[in-house]
Structures are given as C-alpha cells and as structure tokens.
Write a protein that binds this ligand. Structure first.
Ligand code: DI6
Ligand code: FE
Length: 404
C-alpha cells in the first residue's frame, strides 16, 4: 500500500494536553495510509524510512489543516419549510395562532409524510452539500418528522442514502419520541407504545445507530423517555436526549442513568444535572442556532459545565422550526459570541467532542490511527474559523484519505 505525505502546513491537531493550544503543530507532516492517518507530527521528526515509503507527496501551500468537521445533532431530513410561519410571526401572529392553523412541527410532519423519498433526498442533499462545503465529514441525522413506522423508515433510509451519494459519513438517530402526531392527540402514552414498536423494526433493518428523545413540558415526560431508553438499552443502542431546552425537567439526570452519549440544548441544566453528566461521561451538545432563532435569553450554564469537566460539543441542530441553519462555521462564531466559548473550545466542539457525542473514537483529532478526514483552510490561525461571520475559507477536504 502506498503512503501519501502532506507537508507545508500548520496543523490544529486538537489533541488535548499537547502543550500548544489547539494541539497546534507549526510545521506539520501527516502521513496517510489508505483511509487512515498513520503518522502526524512535526515535519522535522518524520522518520526517514517512513518518508522513503511515501510515494505521493502533497504540498498544502502553507495553510491550516484541522480534523474534518463533525455536525453531531441535525434534523436534516424533512419536507417543506417554515419560512411562511417565520413571516407570519414577524407580522404579529402568535405561536398559538400558527399552531391552531396546523402550523409548527405538525406542518413539517405533514409535509414530510407527503414527500416521496426522492423528494426528501433532493431537498436534504442540498442542505447537506452546504455543510459538506464547509468541511463537514461526519454528520448525525435524526428522524422525528415521520412519527409513523413507514415515514420514520423513509427518513432514515434517505439519511443513509445521503451518506452513499455524498462524501460524508452519516450516523442515524431514531427520534420517534420527538412529538405526538395528530392521530395520537390526547393519547401520548399510546404513542410511546407505538415508538416502542417502531424501534426494534427499524433497528433490525440496520437504520438506527442511536436513540434520542425530546424531554420537555411541551413534549415527553421523563417517565415516557425512560421507557424509550430502556427499550434502546435492551437492543444495545446508545441514547442521547434533547434535555432542559425550555425548562429543567431533570432529563440530564435521567439520560446519565442510561450513560447517554450526550445531552443536548441544556439552557436550563441544573448543577445536579451537570454533575450526573460528568459522572456518566455524557457530552453537552450546545446549539447556538436554536438559541438565536428562538431568541432565547437563558444561557446554557457554561461555567458549570467547565467546572464539572463536561466536554462541550457544538452543532447546527439543522431543522425547519428552531434552527434553519446549514453553516457549522456560523455556529462556531455564535458559540463564542452568544455562549462565550473560547475559539479553541468551539473548535474542539465540532471535532473531538462532537466525535464523542456520537460515540466515535476513530476521528475528531489528527493523530496516528485515526481516520484520514481533514480539511485545508485558507487561514493562518484556527481562531479565524470562529471569528468570521460568513465567508467560507475551506480550500480542500480529504475524506477517508481521498482528496475531494
Ligand atoms: N427541539 C427543537 O428545538 C426542535 N426539535 C426539538 O426537539 C423543534 C423542531 C421543530 O419546531 O420543527
Ligand atoms: Fe434538535
């Protein structure tokens, strides 16, 4: 197998504890063996025998290299959009007016059910291409706008197909417990029963990598979520949770009891919740796009998360209702401006910690043995990625060792 060498670059390896912020190597060399990084370090330390085996040499042109970006929380596959509701609201309609007229999440469920797989694939592919264009090499996509077996299946199949048609690794999450569909109105527990019936079927079809739920006063209770999590654990599937977005319902503690990969949103997270997450090793996925778009004012407790050593990931939450966002770079900026993360924390949030939020140990840093997913950026310092509002300095993406 021939080795490929990348030199003439600065590398933000994002390896922690390497001394330098961002794990930065000033004059780096990366050796790629097939789909894997086989050596990463200062160019001066590259062993001569390894150099001799490199049959292809790439000059990176003096730019910055980072790990491939990981968007670890999206609802990318859905029908229609909610631009009209956005407009109605800005013309004075209340959320209740819109909901009464069949709007809100119900309108997305209706549009998603009405859409064919091909239509969903086309609209989601456009969104995914925007993310991939900004250096995303791994994305998580949730179901949750089908809310019935055939439609949840359709959305998860589309998500899987997106990973086949574009150079990006797709991880799928079953979010049957996202909302109660109209046909179950007033029968929430019956709908949870239906979710428990869908899960093993979709899992047997190979469509589920993890299980999520929306635990909130306006969604499912901790008791209902616990039933879903118990079923997931019974199938050996990891769980994650939309927790404490609009209120503190103790979702983080519940998720921690199931060793959740992550708890997401967390604006209302309590000290007990943070402690439970730290003990369980759950990642805090922060979603500044939803905070911004919903004009929330309650900030996630960043100091508390830092104090407990809870790793923080950042994601787009790409969805039609609360975060119609297809820019992970913009989320880096908002994580800093709105949540006061440092640019280094923000970049770790879309690389190393985003990988952990998906339970993936083979990516998120530039180091020997990890996947050869990395991005060349037309910037000098990694802070520039979080600093800019708009613009896209991506030059090249290398996905599983291949230059795209
Ligand atoms: N939390 C949210 O903010 C979105 N879903 C969720 O679990 C809202 C989804 C929508 O309004 O379509
Ligand atoms: Fe979400």
């Amino acid at each position: 197998m021939s080795l490929e060498l990348w030199t003439h670059c600065r590398a933000a390896t994002m390896v922690p504890g390497a001394g330098q912020a961002y794990g930065l190597l000033e004059d780096a060399a990366l050796v790629v063996d097939g789909e894997t990084l086989t050596w990463v370090g200062p160019r001066a330390d590259l062993p001569a025998d390894l150099l001799a085996r490199c049959t292809v040499q790439h000059d990176a042109g003096g730019v910055l290299i980072t790990p491939g970006m990981i968007d670890c929380h999206t609802h990318l596959v859905y029908g229609g959009d909610r631009a009209h509701e956005f407009e109605l609201r800005l013309n004075g309609a209340s959320y209740e007016d819109i909901a009464r007229a069949g709007g809100g999440i119900a309108s997305t469920v209706k549009a998603t059910r009405a859409a064919s797989a091909a239509e969903l694939q086309a609209s989601s592919s456009r969104r995914l291409q925007q993310l991939v264009g900004e250096g995303v090499t791994t994305i998580e996509i949730k179901s949750g706008y089908g809310l019935a077996l055939e439609h949840e299946r359709k959305c998860l199949q589309v998500a899987r197909a997106l990973g086949q048609s574009l150079a990006v690794d797709v991880r799928t999450t079953f979010l049957g417990a996202h909302a109660v569909p109209a046909e179950f109105a007033g029968r929430m527990d019956d709908y949870v029963d239906a979710v428990l019936q869908m899960l093993p079927v979709l899992h047997a079809e190979g469509l589920v990598d993890a299980v999520d739920g929306f635990c909130e006063r306006i969604a499912f209770s901790p008791v209902q979520i616990e039933r879903v999590f118990a079923a997931a654990k019974g199938l050996g599937l990891p769980v994650k949770l939309h927790a404490e977005q609009l209120s503190d319902s103790g979702g983080a503690q519940l998720a921690a009891r199931f060793e959740a990969l992550s708890c997401d949103h967390l604006e209302w997270l309590s000290a007990e919740g943070a402690q439970a997450m730290a003990a369980a090793g759950s990642v805090a996925v922060l979603l500044p796009g939803a905070f911004y778009f919903l004009r929330e004012t309650k900030l996630p407790p960043i100091a508390l998360l830092r104090a407990h050593g809870v790793p923080m990931a950042i994601s787009t939450d790409s969805n039609p209702g609360s975060s119609p966002c297809t820019s992970l770079l913009l989320m880096l900026n908002m994580a800093c401006t709105l949540f006061r993360l440092t640019p280094e924390e923000a970049l770790a949030g879309v690389t190393r910690h985003a990988a952990s939020a998906l339970g993936l140990r083979d990516r998120g840093v530039l180091a020997a043995g990890k996947r050869a997913d990395f991005v060349l950026w037309n910037v000098h310092h990694p802070a520039e990625l979080a600093y800019a509002l708009g613009g896209n300095p991506r030059l090249k993406t290398i996905f599983k060792g291949q230059v795209l």
